[in-house]
Design a protein around this ligand. Structure first.
Ligand code: NAP
Length: 527
């Protein structure tokens, strides 16, 4: 049952006076559920409870945390079709997408369970004492990763499961030993409540402390601001727009005790098509890209918003085919009237820039909240000199930049802001002649793709989903895959600490059998 209340630890609570409703973009009507925004009192309670929970949860074994994470996945699954229906009615996304995204979310939770059960992630490092060392004896030092403390998670509207309530950030923080307070996304607050009920059930069933998880509703930015400013909060995970991520990052930096904000934000994901590839298969590439630009109504952070090539007959053939193909795609519904409105505003802003030409756009009437896709083109010089053209237009929009030569291609890439992905489309070995372009691209992105499309983010340990600012606020970390746990921990050393009192990970006997760096050698042997 959806109550519209907040979860303050295990308790449902609705002390606030402000309520709001979510919206069904397909039907263009409000959903029935009345959601109550969290009050400052409830923000404080959630933070206090999380701090209390941290005292025991931070010491919980990998095996117990794995039980908790697996139970969350099981409880989400047990919500069955009703959860999928609520998801669709709050996002307009079809049932197939809901199922797929739920599968990904369960997979993430279970992957983290395996990761912490195996235990090597703590990066245990031991340098044993040398009492006889001259001129001074050497102390015994043992280091491992420990959790930071309560983490606030902000989900994105375009992934109501995988980047939201029990999505990647929450799974990573819980796996690390940090309690989580979710600032529920106002566009899918009912979906968020259902998923939260599963997390709470799992916490109770596996004996986790009250406060290990809370879920707070809000329809505006105040609750999020209060959470980020709360002195008991020790880190933030955010997925969403550059504007939102940067605002929270600045807020966290201004605190008396600044805290890390790991924000994964927007990106235009440059795609470079090299001349031979354009010459040999311009039409095939254009057809593939018409699909990628419009996939999920263009509402993916990895949407290819920028395509770059050197002027040639092949590039002309590419833009012509892209123009023909893009209008064949049936427009689809965006997540919410606000996102549909922002798409129209940002598209108009881009189209009003001097030098930009529309290649083709869907022109027929569409249902409310549906997006009409458009592809555009611009000369290399114009693009280089107009930063507005470098900004994300979130939706089915892409800009083809036509460069004069190889040098301009490299200049354009070097002048891009940080991106989540970069793609090179190449034939045979021509990429070998473009090492400067590849190097320039590598400096601007978190992941480089060869002969593919950027849409689609595989969840596995070798995935890097992040990149130089503004793709993320810290390019040293990934937001997807088990390594994302590293955002919520800090290295910690014990010096000459009694063996019995050390965590199991650092004891001489190595009771967990994990791989450790002992005196410079990786081993799972005891000392
Ligand atoms: P959003 O508008 O930035 O909202 C994300 C969350 O942040 C919401 O809960 C929002 O609350 C909150 N928020 C935004 N601005 C805030 C502020 N100034 N102070 C406090 N809280 C604030 O993003 P979205 O529309 O949900 O998601 C779409 C964007 O996310 C796109 O740009 C897309 O590229 C990006 N995205 C990135 C990734 C990635 O992994 N890098 C993945 C998916 C999406 P309110 O709504 O209540 O303001």
């Amino acid at each position: 049952m959806i109550t519209g209340k907040n979860y303050i630890g295990n308790q449902l609570s609705a002390k606030g006076s402000k309520t709001f409703k979510t919206f069904n973009p397909l039907l263009n009507i409000e959903n029935q559920w009345e959601i109550t925004e969290a009050s400052q009192d409830e923000v404080n309670q959630a933070a206090e409870l999380a701090t209390e929970a941290f005292k025991t949860y931070s010491k919980t074994s990998g095996a117990k945390k794995a039980q908790f994470l697996r139970a969350i996945a099981d409880e989400i699954e047990a919500l069955g079709d009703e959860l999928l229906q609520v998801y669709s009615s709050e996002s307009g996304l079809p049932n197939g997408r809901a199922k797929g995204e739920r599968g990904r979310t369960l997979g993430q939770l279970r992957a983290f369970a395996n990761h912490v059960e195996e235990g090597n992630w703590v990066d245990a490092s031991i340098d044993t004492a040398q009492p006889d060392r001259k001129p001074l004896p050497k102390v015994d030092l043992r280091k491992m990763n420990v959790p930071l403390g309560p983490v606030v998670v902000f989900g994105a509207s375009n992934f109501p499961f995988a980047f939201s309530t029990a999505g990647g950030d929450t799974a990573a923080a819980i796996a690390s030993g940090c309690p989580v307070i979710v600032k529920s996304h106002p566009m899918h607050a009912a979906t968020g409540e259902m998923v939260s009920s599963a997390v709470i059930k799992a916490a109770e069933k596996t004996g986790m402390p009250n406060g290990v998880f809370s879920n707070l509703n809000s329809s505006g930015i105040e609750v999020g601001q209060q959470l980020v400013q709360h002195p008991k909060v020790k880190a933030v995970g955010f997925t969403g727009s550059i504007h939102g991520g940067r605002a929270l990052y600045d807020l966290a930096a201004k605190r008396d005790e600044p805290i890390p904000v790991f924000a994964e934000m927007g990106s235009i994901n440059p795609v470079v098509i090299l001349p031979q590839a354009l010459n040999n298969r311009a039409e095939t590439i254009a057809k593939t890209y018409a699909g990628s630009i419009t996939l999920g109504t263009g509402q993916f952070c990895t949407n290819p918003g920028l395509i770059i090539g050197v002027k040639s007959a092949g590039l002309t053939s590419f833009v012509n085919t892209l123009a023909e193909e893009i209008v064949k795609v049936e427009p689809s519904c965006m997540l919410h009237p606000n996102i549909a409105g922002a798409y129209e505003t940002n598209k108009s802003k881009a189209l009003s820039q001097s030098g930009i030409k529309v290649l083709a756009g869907y022109e027929n009437d569409v249902e409310p909240n549906y997006a009409r896709q458009v592809v555009t083109t611009v000369e290399g010089d114009t693009f280089l000199n107009n930063p507005t053209l470098h900004h994300e237009v979130f939706g089915p929009f892409s800009l083809v930049v036509q460069c004069e030569d190889k040098q301009q291609l490299e200049d354009i890439i070097s002048n891009l802001e940080g991106q989540l992905t970069g793609t090179i489309i190449s034939d045979d070995n021509e990429v070998a002649e473009y090492s400067n372009v590849v190097n320039a691209l590598q400096n601007r992105v978190g992941r480089i793709i060869f002969n593919g499309v950027p849409t689609g983010v595989e969840v596995c340990p070798s995935m890097l989903h992040g990149g130089p600012y503004p793709a993320s606020t810290d390019s040293r970390f990934t937001a997807v895959g088990v390594d994302s746990i590293k955002r919520f921990v800090r290295p910690f050393s014990f010096q000459d600490w009694p063996n019995d009192l050390l965590p199991d990970e650092l004891k001489n006997e190595n009771p967990l059998g994990i791989i450790r760096n002992v005196n410079g050698k990786l081993t799972s042997q005891k000392i």
